[in-house]
Write a protein of this length. Structure first.
Length: 154
């Protein structure tokens, strides 16, 4: 396990951009290595990569990367979630979820954007609603190209 250790961009790739050192904005700021096991609440602002085992709850303001050997038993809320390992729990990603071919997710996923490679497994419900709920617009009936004063009733 290493916290605050910079990792080179060769260590892992995402469909967004390579993660550089900790001096770059959004760079990898914590790394839970294979063989490590943690339980509890994990909260962070930048990018964290987990290759070990974590159970509990994860909240992120940026990116969570789960490596091929990573096993997560937690509900996750993050901007971006990139999965190559296993998640047992629900995922809420406000921007994007990336499921690489070795990913297995057993739980519901809510995100506006999903990238899923062939071979990835998702056992749960996928909700692709917008990250911020929008107020429904009022619809108006159209009669011969002219808008009428009364809305259409559902």
């Amino acid at each position: 396990m290493a916290f605050g250790r910079g990792r080179g961009s060769d260590d892992f790739q995402t469909s967004l951009s390579p993660v550089g050192t900790t001096s770059e904005p959004g760079g990898l700021t914590a790394f839970i290595d294979q063989g490590s096991s943690f339980e509890g609440k994990l909260s962070f602002k930048d990018t964290v990569r987990i290759d070990g085992h974590f159970s509990g709850q994860i909240t992120s303001e940026n990116t969570l990367v789960i490596g091929e050997t990573g096993v997560i038993e937690a509900d996750i809320r993050s901007q971006i979630v990139i999965v190559s390992g296993t998640i047992h729990g629900n995922v809420v990603a406000l921007r994007k979820v990336v499921l690489h071919k070795s990913a297995q997710v057993d739980g519901d996923v809510e995100t506006p954007s999903v990238v899923m490679e062939e071979g990835a497994v998702l056992n749960g419900k996928l909700n692709m609603s917008a990250a911020v709920p929008k107020k429904p617009r009022e619809l108006k009936a159209v009669d011969g190209g002219a808008l009428l004063d009364k809305p259409i009733k559902p």
